[in-house]
Write a protein that binds this ligand. Structure first.
Ligand SMILES: [Zn+2]
Length: 342
């Protein structure tokens, strides 16, 4: 099969890889229908040391079950499924409390002999615990929005849930990337009345307004904080969807004492302001990696009936062989989020 492999910063290649086969009786092989490039794929794209081994890329995909292992009971060949961005057994104590991201037997695509999602097929471990069956056909117009459940939409939802967004709230979302825009959808869905989106890319903030943002703040740093405070008087709930120290500082600057900051962006900083200043302000710092598997089933009905359409974050589609161009276009901020079709 063909699949994307990263060999170092700026070096993504699409090459022939062995066709996935069932290894464990709990595996399924999924033939990919749609995959995509994640904002988090851009961190290694910018910084990964060169390696001869290469790393299969992609952790968001949707496809058709081709084959199942002997112990898989909930899926059969021909089922259309979406994969959360990590696999999980569905049976351990963490999975039982809907924290599948911490699954005792879980793992990441592209590591430990498991394929990446940016390829023609994937061997999915713990298929019953991981994959979610979709009640539509592979050529459905809903495929982009269903694919968004793999990561960006469920991650945005995690931000809104952990920030404690309730009906009537004012919420600040820092970051106009695909996750930030999905956090706007999620905050709106949970009833936020006023949603301030901090971002300076006009096409993206325009989409954010269509998703439910009521205000846009283009200023950054202290100016951005001042603007948010001028608009709102400060906010109780902030969703930080970038991962830089500057974005965290914006979040902490804009949040009111006693408020909550939920982090969704993978932190690109080692040190954080968790010292006395935060203590005195009674700020709750929450968020983290999303248990996507738990949220897919909760959000699925809203995607199926068109209440939310997170697939609009995909603004360009690339054939699998042009995956390197998809990375380049996203890294250059020409494309918000690239859909990849085998
Ligand atoms: Zn588990």
């Amino acid at each position: 099969m063909r699949a994307a492999v990263m060999y170092g910063a700026g070096d993504v290649r699409v090459e022939d890889r062995p066709d996935p086969k069932i290894v464990e009786p709990t595996d399924a092989v999924v033939r990919t229908v749609a995959a995509c490039v994640c904002g988090s794929d851009l961190w290694p794209y910018r910084s990964m040391p060169a390696t001869d081994a290469g790393r299969p890329m992609g952790h968001e995909f949707l496809g058709v079950v081709e084959e199942t292992g002997a112990e898989v009971t909930g899926l059969t060949a021909g089922d259309l499924v979406v994969a959360p961005f990590t696999y999980s057994d569905g049976t351990c104590d963490y999975c039982a409390k809907d924290l599948q991201i911490s699954c005792r037997h879980g793992g990441r695509y592209g590591f430990d002999g498991v394929d990446g999602g940016q390829g023609e097929a994937v061997r999915v471990p713990w298929a019953d615990g991981t994959l979610v069956k979709l009640p539509v056909a592979a050529d459905s117009a809903l495929v982009p929005s269903l694919l968004a459940l793999s990561d960006v939409m469920t991650t945005g939802h995690h931000g809104a849930v952990t920030a404690g967004v309730r009906r009537g709230d004012t919420v600040l979302v820092v970051g106009d990337g695909a996750v930030g825009l999905c956090a706007v959808i999620a905050a709106r869905r949970l009833g936020a009345e006023r949603i301030v989106l901090a971002g300076r890319h006009e096409e993206r903030t325009a989409l954010g307004r269509e998703f439910g943002a009521t205000d846009v703040v283009a200023e950054r740093g202290e100016e951005g904080v001042a603007r948010v405070r001028e608009l709102t008087g400060g906010v109780d709930k902030v969703i930080e969807a970038v991962g830089t120290r500057q974005a965290l500082d914006t979040a902490l600057g804009a949040v009111l004492d006693g408020g909550t900051v939920s982090r969704l962006g993978v932190p690109q900083y080692e040190e954080g302001p968790l010292g006395r200043a935060g203590f005195m302000r009674n700020i709750t710092l929450t968020g983290g990696a999303s248990p996507a598997r738990a949220y897919i089933e909760r959000l699925l009905p809203d995607v199926l009936d068109g209440t939310i359409d997170p697939g609009r974050v995909f603004d360009r589609t690339f054939p699998l062989d042009r995956t390197p161009d998809a990375y380049r276009a996203m890294a250059d901020r020409q494309v918000l989020k690239a859909l990849v079709r085998p």
